[in-house]
Design a protein around this ligand. Structure first.
Ligand SMILES: Nc1ncnc2c1ncn2[C@@H]1O[C@H](COP(=O)(O)OP(=O)(O)O)[C@@H](O)[C@H]1O
Ligand SMILES: [Mg+2]
Length: 241
């Protein structure tokens, strides 16, 4: 069953067409790799799914419901969430508080009026590899690996069924890549649906069921990872980048 349907997505930034009739279906429970050279439009696809940019043309359906006109928080409530290529924690908040933002749909109000669940925050923090002592740390004390873990914890905290991971391995050590890969695989086994963007194809391959390759805003190949990577157009697009 298709859980997320992307249908003819067009996004223009002034004269630049970032995505051009991009279409792909994500099946419930699958992990889809979205690959392509720098500037292909991968991050823009995530921003369109989350409603951070307005679509010029096309439709986005989550569990059959058109969501392209909904505000971001309403999409999150319906079960989709993303991480950012450049981690975006709230700088003045601790690890625990940043996770709490994900836990509460109306997060700003929750921060002000203080609905917190310390046990849940700790469980999420530990699930991504933090220790209890890390909960009080501030973002500026964290390594890139820890910032990516925090992104992941905040995203998982929303309870999303569909999770979009943008360059999830960038800036990580080999050990951190292994740790996050293990977490993703555990979540895959529990039925979570993923779309994963990564330049690190070697780390990506074992985490995905299928790949979609894009360049210049459009899909150029899709199918089994090995077939997509062997595709001539895909190879040329990477060489030209
Ligand atoms: N907010 C924006 N304003 C203007 N141009 C943008 C914006 N976001 C992305 N772009 C452009 O859209 C294209 C696709 O970018 P992006 O989606 O970030 O690609 P990728 O994630 O595949 O590297 C690039 O040419 C980029 O410069
Ligand atoms: Mg990007």
């Amino acid at each position: 069953m298709t859980i997320l349907a992307l249908d003819g997505l067009v996004k223009r930034f002034g004269g630049l067409t970032a995505t051009n009739q991009f279409s792909a279906d994500v099946t419930e429970g699958e992990s889809l790799g979205l690959i392509g050279p720098n500037g292909a439009g991968k991050t823009t696809i995530f921003s369109l799914i989350m409603g951070e940019h307005r679509l010029n043309e096309g439709a986005i359906r989550l569990k059959g419901e058109a969501i392209q006109d909904l505000p971001t928080h309403a999409r999150i409530q319906r079960g989709v969430a993303r991480t950012y290529q450049v981690p975006r924690p709230f700088a003045e908040m601790t690890v625990a508080e940043n996770i709490r933002v994900g836990l509460t749909p109306d997060s700003i109000m929750a921060m002000i009026f203080g609905s917190s669940n310390a046990a849940e925050e700790l469980a999420l923090a530990e699930a991504v590899g933090f220790e209890a002592a890390d909960l009080d740390r501030l973002p500026n004390e964290l390594s890139m690996g820890d910032l990516r873990k925090l992104e992941l914890a905040r995203t998982l905290a929303t309870g999303a069924k569909v999770v979009l991971l943008d360059e999830v391995f960038a800036g990580l050590t080999v050990g951190e890549i292994a740790q996050i890969s293990e977490l993703i695989n555990e979540k895959r086994r529990s039925g979570m649906t993923f779309v994963i963007v990564s330049h690190d194809l070697r780390s990506l391959e074992p985490l995905i069921d299928r790949a979609v390759a894009m360049t210049a805003g459009s899909v150029i190949a899709e199918g089994a990872y090995a077939d997509v990577i062997a595709d001539k157009q895909v190879r040329d697009s990477y060489l030209g980048a």
